[in-house]
Design a protein. Sequence first.
Length: 634
Amino acid sequence: MRDGVKMEMNRIANQFVLDQAENGAWQYPFETGIASDCSMIILLRTLEINDEEELIKELVERIAGKQEEDGSWKLFHDQEKGNVTSTVEAYYALLYSGYRDPKDEKIQAARRFILANGGASEVHLFLKILLALTGQCAWPHFPINIEVMLLPDSFPINLFDLSVYGRANLIPFLLLANLNFRRRTPRSPDLSDLFQQRDVRFFTEDQEEDVRSVIQFIKQGVKSLKYHGNLRELTLYRAEKYMLDRIEPDGTYLNYFSSTILMIFALLARGYSNTHPVITRAVKGLKAMTCRIDGKLHCQYTTATVWNTTLIAYALQEAGVPYSSGTIQKANQYILSRQHLKYGDWAIHEPNLLPGGWGFADMNTIHPDIDDTTAALRAIRTLAIEQVVYRQAWDRGVNWLLSMQNRDGGWPAFEKNVDKKLLSLMPIEGGKDLLIDPSTVDLTGRTLEFFGNYTHLDQQHPKMKRGVRWLLKQQKADGSWVGRWGVYIYGTWAAVTGLLAVGVSKEHPAIQKALTWLLKNQNSDGGWGESCKSDLENSYVPLGESSRTHTAWALDTLITAATSVTPEIETGAAFLVEHKEKEWTTTYTKGRGMAGSFYIHYHCYEYVFPLLALAHYQKLAGGQLLKDLAQENM
């Protein structure tokens, strides 16, 4: 078994050496289904950019290749039936591309599925917006005026109470909705028959009634604004400036696909031409985020380059690859170059704090996040002892991280204390994920793990104590924890490893309850697997098959809490070593973006987390660390 573990670790590590880019990064795809591919076709056709035919053709091939036999498109493999939103956006994009005929049998099958499942009125929020602004339906009523942007910090609800992700998308959306902007072209297909005579609404009358008092409160705040000029024009200008001030070096708006597309349409609404340099650069930036998956072109929602690189550099070092090796040196130079030195919106909530975090994407220079910061610091930890430039980066990163703790004791994803529950009640689909940035189990657990293992702070430290207290309160009755960016196995792994790192006893009832839950859900083949349905049903749903990623998270949790190798740990490690997984589980989405609409397949996860778990298995078993990679590759 131990020889097998060593061979598998060598196999993964050598693959990482081969896949590393010249600049030291790992550029594995950030795959999110077909939504961004469809939106790219719709954007290019609306802008009437006719020199992108090859790009559009390639996107059409990828989209068409994922259609199910019943005519639908799914969000994930084990979804019982297709997803209406995915099917409408595919239908729309394929017709708008001009490379599929409305009478084509597969197009007709998609149409039948849409009509049989409520029609295009039932799609999710972003597609409703896209349908409205490209002239496929009337703009639904939205009861909040764009002047809400001008509410001062002293008002109980203001712009910077929203999450950075929520602000990025909501500002261009408010501009477009308030101007009722529409743009059709001679090539626009006619989707009117998909709506079954039903108006498109952003929310139901019942939802609006539930939050009527909140909406009225906001409206009163807007009415109280004093300005002697044209208040609407001032707000539109401020919205435009907010977006332009947050354009990244690649031309995208905060490096997100959805926010960049909404910005482009918002600028069109402000009178920019199709060929304005800002719009041209934004389109170029979106194109630069494309990648190939199994030979097919995919428009990534963002790049995961910093996240990939920090995780891999850390895992390789955990597996015994020396930090002096060429692979780690190049990776850490890249990581160092991506530390944020500019102030972002996070400074609104922590104005006296120096920048020092890391972001997720390669071109992200404005909005750092807690998870990437802990991952980057783990990767550079050894160099921080020996080299001044890394020590300075380390100190800034640790200081930024400590200061970002929320008032409740947990850690958010992006910004401090952006957690007003009132906003999560707003009748915006996915509002809880979109509008606020509260403390979460996975971020808090992984932050505690970093501080406990790499700065030697324990639960006696006031900040760690508060983090532990918050995390223990979040445990579910069955012993699991639910994560924000994964689901139950991911959340439980983050929580348990974090609690143990800061000195919570392995015998603590919460730890023992979590281990019991994990062992109960181990499959007969030794692995674990969780369905994306967990996210929809708010309870753990097994996948029915084991996956390498889920197995690695569960196995690493058991190992961290163990004093010796148990039979369950042995069979879990054997699953990883013997490659027992089914082919479809390797591409199954393990990451969670927004419940019910946005799931992520991180291509590096199938390698990096098994390597990490096996490295920890080897340490537990008393084996030698991985030191014999071919030096010429390093």
